[in-house]
Design a protein around this ligand. Sequence first.
Ligand code: 5RP
Length: 220
Amino acid sequence: MNPDELKKQVAQAAIDYIETGTIVGVGTGSTANYFIDALAGVKSRIDGTVASSVASAERLKSHGIRVLDLNEAGELSVYVDGADETNDYLQLIKGGGGALTREKIVAGASRKFICICDESKLVKVLGAFPLPIEVIPMARSFVARELVKMGAQPELRQGFTTDNGNIILDVKALEIMEPCKVESELNNIPGVVTVGLFANRPADVLLLGTARGVETRTAG
Ligand code: 5RP
């Protein structure tokens, strides 16, 4: 199976977690796009969705799926999204598509977080994928210097502005042996909006696409 087939397979498997008559949180990226396409098949069963990016909202609307503002929606039943990396504890690196802040908000507002990805994303230690950090533009140089002091190598994502009007620093060479601690430390740098580490609030269920089929893993 090629990577796209693996993504489609997990996206379809996530439909089993959709509760009838609820509002569904929807992630961003190529795997989440397959989920949106699959969700179109059951749209009459749900009350609506909350999207984690403008791009996902557009795709949902193109399928005739209702998109609500999070402030109108209250608590969501489930959030479905991909990841750039996951470890065995379902702690994630996200933000390859730059939507990390809204993803973290919508995940936080959901009772259950279902992560969908292919097995290439499963790692023992997080951090081979450069960690995206969303930063207020005026704090760019300051935050970069703070990261360098920590031994990391931040790089500005060129020509990219987030849906919130901010910039992204992609951070290499960061030792992520203790993901919860690193997430909290980075969050404490003034000017950091969101760190693409989802460790303090990991996924609850991981649907991993493999050549042998979908593997279901739960946290802990
Ligand atoms: C977007 C994300 C995505 O979930 C992540 O980049 C994975 O994307 P894909 O499914 O295309 O591999 O965090 O901000």
